[in-house]
Design a protein around this ligand. Structure first.
Ligand code: SAM
Length: 254
């Protein structure tokens, strides 16, 4: 149940600094830094002081579980802030603790300062966490399949939720999906392909660069091998279905 969950009123109200303390903006620097998208006239400088960070989160792992993907991506994209979102309280705490421990172990290099986790039901209020076009990558790794027809509305891919992913993702940004359930793979493919803000990306670049999205092949590899579910499917010699979708530019108004 998610009745005890709280959500920021807007992205500017998120206390990002406590999640990424090394990136917290302080003092004079802070005065010059307006939290992006912060149009809330009631937000005081004092409030912002504990909340603002010098760069935005750009990568979100939706339903991150125990964070295998997060901790594998963090050293690969050391200058990018990465967040996991997870509904289960104990699992969220586990990921936060692990990030804390890895930061301490790697204090000399500042590694893992770029990764954290928040507790949230991502089916609700995603745009309260991220402003429009903030993210460059969204991962949907092994989402709960909700096999029965009457449970399909609980799937984290739907026309409505895809519109929310489109809102928080920048044009050119990528949604990465992976599942071992063929029916869910078809479902995710259909819903993203039908959505006017997305197109399927077929080609995975060998060198990890190029128009398909920075480090795309590497992200797909990490998603297949480093997620807890990916490892489980590997052990059971199951199939893994991958599909990636690019956020298109919005059409110009006539
Ligand atoms: N992504 C991880 C992986 O690939 O190993 C975990 C996959 S696990 C099958 C699905 C995860 O999504 C669970 O940890 C579950 O608690 C989480 N989850 C399900 N619905 C969610 C929601 N609405 N918001 C946030 N997390 C959710």
């Amino acid at each position: 149940s998610d009745h005890s969950l709280t959500y920021p009123r807007s992205p500017a109200d998120m206390d990002w600094a406590s999640l990424y303390p090394v990136y917290a903006v302080k003092g004079e620097e802070e005065q010059a830094f307006a939290a992006p998208g912060d149009s809330n006239p009631t937000t005081t400088q004092e409030q912002r002081k504990v909340k603002a960070i010098s760069k935005n989160v750009e990568v979100a792992d939706i339903g991150c579980g125990f964070g295998g993907l997060l901790f594998a991506l963090a050293p690969k994209f050391p200058d990018t802030l990465i967040v996991g979102m997870e509904i289960r309280i104990s699992v969220t705490e586990y990921v936060q603790e692990k990030a804390r421990a890895l930061r301490i172990q790697n204090a000399s290099t500042n590694a893992y300062q770029n990764v954290s986790c928040i507790r949230a039901n991502t089916m609700k209020f995603l745009p309260n966490f991220f402003h429009k076009a903030q993210l460059s990558k969204i991962f949907l790794c092994f989402p709960d399949p909700h096999f029965k027809q009457r449970k399909h509305k609980a799937r984290i891919v739907s026309y409505t939720l895809n519109s929310e992913y489109a809102y928080v993702l920048r044009p050119g940004g990528i949604v990465y999906t992976i599942t071992d359930v063929q029916d869910l793979h078809e479902w995710m493919k259909d819903h993203f392909e039908k959505h006017p803000s997305f197109e399927r990306v077929e080609k995975v670049f060998e060198d990890g660069e190029g128009e398909e999205g920075e480090g795309m092949d590497e992200c797909v590899r990490v998603m297949r091998t480093e997620t807890e579910e990916g490892k489980k499917v590997e052990r059971n010699k199951g199939m893994k279905y991958v599909a990636c979708f690019r956020r298109l530019e919005d059409p110009a108004w006539p």
